[in-house]
Design a protein around this ligand. Sequence first.
Ligand code: SF4
Length: 390
Amino acid sequence: MLELTVTPDLSDSETYERKSAVGIDSDTGDAVVTMVGKAERKMKPDLAGLRRGLREWFARERRELPWRATTDPYAIWISEIMLQQTRVAAVIERYEGFLRRFPTVESLAAAGEAEVLAEWSGLGYYRRARMLHGAARMVCAERGGRVPDGFAALVELPGVGRYTAAAIASIAFGEPVAAVDGNVERVVLRLMGWGSEDAATHRAHLRQAVEMADELLDRAAPGDWNQAMMELGATVCLPRGPRCEVCPWLADCATRGEHPAVKRAAMRTVEMARAWMTRGSRRGEEVMLVERGAAETVMPGMWELPEAPTQQDGEPLLRVRHAIMQVNYRVAVYATDRAPASGCASRWVTLDEAERLPLTGLTRKVMRGMGWLASEKPQAGRSVSRIQAQ
Ligand code: SF4
């Protein structure tokens, strides 16, 4: 990497310099510029110009996503809960099916928890589904089924934080409130030249970023504005390797590259084994599943494959990688005819039943790898390898 000093093309009164590292992208052979020094904007940028640039860019580049074709606050609420910590591609796969199954807040409130979890299966973070279900019941019991039409009331619902309430309020009701999630924070930090490896400084910059996002908000069209900010963060101002060359804010940006941030804890790797136990019956092939106990802190009441010893003779049927929070699980799946340990609820299920059960994400992934459930599109950074069917 070569280090050089770049003077950004900003107004005369904004004087600063920054250091960038230049390297070559090994895939494309293109030069890549990454900021390694720190540059902080001394003056506010031209807000009107930034708004105009982003609006024009969004009109040209916006992705057609299913939840952008509606103003129904219930449907927007569902999409925003699904999008929390989940990739857009995964949400596209589940959003329309969920709304077909529960088309109104009343139908969601009337459903049993297991039905809701089954429909949520594959999206992960099941607490979101439980809270959404509880919130739907609250809306029906206390508001006659009318989704609250403002930020202040939305943020009182279970599972609806400030970002989600702002997104629903601005998109469905045109309320001028900025929706600031991790994507938007990152865009504003970089625009302003903020961000630090020091935790206290970084926290202070994050608070400033929230205030700046509010100043930037286009109050005439807050729903479109919030979606444009999210879109910029999700498709251009990426966490790694931002695509500054196509960014509408390139000329005004104080960073033009990755910003300094507090280092994240390293991922841990944990080995795990699961049992694949099948039998033929009059109903067809069945697989053994066990239910996670109601007292489990993670995914209570969900169904999964029984545990198996990690040290076994012979090759596993399948190896799967599965990441949850800061842990990378390396999972080996072994054929077995040994019954699961007593004390846990277990049952044989057919393919049809499995599709209706609330399965853990790992179980769903294994079943796909074994050809039991329809496979999903390949995802970057995830892998499933079939060793051999025995
Ligand atoms: S120029 Fe680059 S760093 Fe700055 S906002 Fe755009 S994509 Fe992000």
